[in-house]
Design a protein around this ligand. Structure first.
Ligand code: ZN
Length: 299
C-alpha cells in the first residue's frame, strides 16, 4: 500500500458539534488466523471473507481515530500507534493537520482501553507528551486492571499477548498520572459523550455514544476488528483478555445497536468505519453508511 495516500480525515457536521475521523494508518498482521476469527473453521472463514469481498489471505485493518470539536474544546479519542509502527501507522498528526488542527490544540483525550494502537501516540520517542495541553480520561476498571500487582489473563486464548504489554502500558500511563481523570463506565463526559462498559477485549474496555440534538453515533471501539466478527461474533480474537466474555459483550452490543438502528463506528472496520448493524439470514451484517463527498459525511 502507498502510505503517501494513507492519511487524511473525514469531517462530520454533527448538530452543535463537529466530528472528524482521522486516519492513523493501518496495521497488518499477515493472515487472519490464529489472531482474528480464532474459533472459525478455516474453510468457513474463507467462505465468509469471500462473501464479504474481503481479502482472503491477509488481515489489514485501518486505525480510525475520532476527534470531537465542541466549541473551543477538542476531544481526541485514543491516540493511534505513535512511533511503534513507523511503516504502516503513526500518521495521526498528519491527519490532524489535514483537518486544520495541531497537537497543542487537543484539550482532552479519552482513552477507551490501554492497547498500544490506542495509547501508543501519547508519548514521543523521547518520552515527551505529544499533546502538551491535554487532560486524559480513562475508566477506573481499565486503570486498576493494568496497575494491579500482576495483571492476569486466565481467560485469554493467548495470555502472552496480555502479559507482554503490561510494562508498556505502565510506562505510558505512568507518564501521565498527573493529567489523568478517572471515570466509571456509564458516566457522561463533556456533556456530549455517554460511556458504556464493554468488557472482554480488555476488562475496562469502554464504548460510547456521542450525542447532540437529535443526532447520535455509537463508537464500538474494538468490539469488532472485522466485518466477519459482526456476522460471526463467536469467532473471537486472541487479543481479547477474556475470550468468552468478549463474545457475550459483542453479541449484546450488536443486538443493542441493531434494535436501536444506531449509527455506529469502530476503530478498525474498513475506512472510515461508519455504518449500521443490520440483520439478515439470521446473522448481524455490517452495512457501511453511504456518503457522497470524499472528505465530508452529512446526516
Ligand atoms: Zn485496537
Amino acid at each position: 500500500m502507498n502510505m503517501q495516500t494513507n492519511y487524511s480525515h473525514l469531517k462530520i457536521p454533527f448538530d452543535t458539534l463537529e466530528i472528524y475521523i482521522l486516519s492513523d494508518g493501518y496495521f497488518d498482521i499477515g493472515s487472519y488466523q490464529p489472531i482474528i476469527a480464532t474459533d472459525a473453521v478455516p474453510a468457513d472463514l474463507q467462505k465468509e471473507l469471500n462473501r464479504l469481498h474481503l481479502p482472503a489471505d491477509i488481515y489489514e485493518a485501518p486505525i480510525n481515530v475520532m476527534l470531537i470539536r465542541k466549541n473551543e474544546q477538542l476531544i481526541l479519542v485514543d491516540t493511534g500507534e505513535g512511533f511503534y509502527d513507523k511503516k504502516n501507522a503513526g500518521k495521526l498528526l498528519h491527519s490532524l493537520k489535514s483537518a486544520g488542527f495541531g497537537a497543542s490544540d487537543i484539550s482532552d483525550v479519552l482513552i477507551t482501553h490501554a492497547h498500544r494502537d490506542h495509547i501508543g501516540g501519547i508519548l514521543t520517542e523521547n518520552d515527551n507528551l505529544v499533546f502538551p495541553n491535554a487532560r486524559f480520561y480513562i475508566s477506573r476498571t481499565e486503570l486498576e486492571f493494568w496497575f494491579a500487582q500482576e495483571p492476569n489473563f486466565p481467560n485469554s486464548r493467548r495470555p502472552e499477548f496480555g502479559h507482554g504489554s503490561v510494562s508498556l502500558v505502565k510506562q505510558i500511563l505512568g507518564a501521565i498520572t498527573h493529567r489523568l481523570e478517572i471515570f466509571d463506565a456509564g458516566d457522561e463526559l463533556f456533556s456530549c459523550i455517554k460511556t458504556q462498559a464493554a468488557p472482554g477485549h480488555t476488562p475496562g474496555h469502554i464504548i460510547f455514544t456521542v450525542y447532540s440534538g437529535k443526532l447520535s453515533i455509537t463508537h464500538l471501539v474494538d468490539l469488532v476488528h472485522s466485518p466477519v466478527l459482526i456476522s460471526n461474533p463467536v469467532w473471537g480474537t486472541q487479543w481479547d483478555a477474556d475470550f468468552s466474555l468478549g463474545i457475550d459483550t459483542r453479541k449484546n452490543i450488536l443486538e443493542q445497536c441493531h434494535k436501536q438502528k444506531s449509527v455506529v463506528c469502530a476503530s478498525h472496520l474498513p475506512w472510515p468505519g461508519i455504518g449500521f448493524i443490520e440483520r439478515a439470514d439470521d446473522q448481524w451484517q455490517w452495512t457501511p453508511k453511504p456518503y457522497i463527498s470524499p472528505l465530508l459525511l452529512t446526516f
